[in-house]
Design a protein around this ligand. Structure first.
Ligand SMILES: Cc1cc2nc3c(=O)[nH]c(=O)nc-3n(C[C@H](O)[C@H](O)[C@H](O)COP(=O)(O)OP(=O)(O)OC[C@H]3O[C@@H](n4cnc5c(N)ncnc54)[C@H](O)[C@@H]3O)c2cc1C
Length: 292
């Protein structure tokens, strides 16, 4: 593929704020939006030639991007190929890495396929969800993944069967690669029961989490045997605020952007919470969100 073929896919010093659910962050030195596998390979070749570090951004629902932006190349999958959701026989679904997770959840429920309704209310892309093993108390996406096709930042394509992928608590062995698509296996269930379960889980989440605020979900992982949100709450830190960055009054493990928060204000709040939890409880809170 000729260099001209990727010119449309590249932008320089491109603002990232609107690609994130926090709505904060600076520019990507290079922002690449490939629309198919060939263009993605070409974009990575360009990045390697230019000596650029590569990172992949999904729907930005789990990242805090620095106000100074990101040096190197940020890849954002776009177009029909990376957004496709295809139903095959026997409950198999093939889904592009950039596809909208909420759409996948809604489509599979509509098709009477059981499993992903537990992920209702989790925003993001399929690639981000698989890389992070997104989930919650009702289960995580990793249990439904039967295979992944990814590309390393060096441009090498990999096909992994489920037995070759490790999924853990909000992590997987797929970091450092770009998930181009994944194959998921679901079982046929009762459509009405799936729909009822989905709406029950959504209502429960909506009651306890600030789903419509600008946030990146839970900031910290739960330490073994504890809830990070409960630890923060008992310290009386709910609604603590630095500028427009505030601990949510609905769920203490969420930081929300009330309007014009900066990434550094959010980061300052994160550090304060961590220090206070360590001082009072001796617990080190690990980050769930990714800091770029
Ligand atoms: C209101 C709200 C509620 C949330 N609730 C939950 C919840 O209940 N459970 C939960 O697990 N999460 C939750 N989250 C966090 C978030 O929705 C998930 O982590 C989601 O899977 C992130 O997907 P993304 O596409 O936005 O990833 P991004 O935020 O863009 O990226 C997250 C990580 O995934 C990597 N990544 C993204 N795309 C790819 C790809 N194609 N290939 C390889 N790596 C990739 C990125 O490099 C980064 O390291 C919530 C977030 C919000 C805002």
């Amino acid at each position: 593929m000729a260099r001209e073929a990727i010119e449309d896919a590249l932008r320089f010093e491109h603002p990232l704020r609107r690609y994130t659910s926090f709505r904060v962050g600076g520019c990507a030195e290079v922002f690449a939006e490939p629309t198919d596998m060939g263009q993605l390979q070409e974009v990575l070749r360009y990045g390697n030639e230019q000596g650029l570090d590569v990172s992949v951004l999904g729907k930005g629902c789990n990242v805090l991007i620095s106000d100074d932006g990101v040096r190197g190349m940020v890849v954002h999958l776009t177009g029909w190929y990376f957004n496709r959701i295809e139903k095959r026989g026997d409950g198999m679904i093939v889904c592009g890495g950039g596809a909208n997770l909420s759409r996948l959840v809604a489509d599979t429920a509509q098709w009477g396929l059981e499993g992903l309704e537990t992920l209702v209310g989790v925003p993001g892309s399929l690639g981000g969800a698989v890389a992070m093993n997104a989930g919650g108390r009702h289960g995580a996406i990793g249990s439904y993944v039967r295979g992944v096709t990814s590309i390393g930042y060096d441009g090498e394509i990999h096909h992994y069967g489920s037995e070759e992928i490790e999924f853990g608590y909000r992590c997987s062995s797929l970091s450092g690669e770009i998930i181009m698509d994944a194959e998921l296996e679901l079982v046929t269930g009762d459509k009405d029961a799936i729909s009822t379960r989905m709406s029950d889980i959504f209502h429960q989440k909506n009651k306890t989490q600030p789903l419509t605020s600008r946030s990146a979900g839970c900031v910290f992982k739960n330490p073994e045997g504890h809830s990070a949100g409960a630890l923060i709450d008992t310290l009386g830190l709910k609604s603590m605020r630095i500028g427009d960055a505030a601990v949510s009054g609905k769920h203490a493990n969420f930081i929300i952007n009330l309007g014009s928060a900066t990434a550094s204000q959010i980061m300052e709040l994160i550090c304060k919470i961590r220090d206070e939890v360590k001082r009072r409880y001796g617990q080190i809170l690990d980050m769930e969100i990714k800091i770029w």
